[in-house]
Ligand binder design. Structure first.
Ligand SMILES: [Zn+2]
Length: 90
């Protein structure tokens, strides 16, 4: 239910590029996947994105120059909010 609620809150538009999510299956991005289970799926922690935009947020090495400037800013701000596990630090 929370996932559906987050999508409804976002009015079925991608939070990164602003495109409609109707044509493709939206991905519920977890801003912080390491929260306790009872918090991780809270609406404040979920952002609906295209699969493509989801990967752009989560792959820090990905070149995002193909996105427009506005979308690039959103990607960067979502990346800043990401919380990584210690195992990802090389
Ligand atoms: Zn998108």
């Amino acid at each position: 239910m929370n996932r559906a609620y987050a999508l409804n809150r976002d009015k079925l538009k991608c939070r990164v590029c602003g495109g409609w999510l109707i044509a493709s299956t939206p991905w519920a991005h977890r801003v912080n996947p390491y929260l306790p289970l009872n918090q991780v799926n809270r609406v404040n922690n979920l952002v609906s994105l295209h699969k493509k935009c989801f990967y752009a947020v989560n792959n820090l090495d990905q070149d995002i120059s193909e996105f427009d400037v506005k979308a690039q800013k959103k990607i960067k701000s979502l990346r800043e909010k990401l919380v990584f596990s210690h195992t990802r630090n090389k």
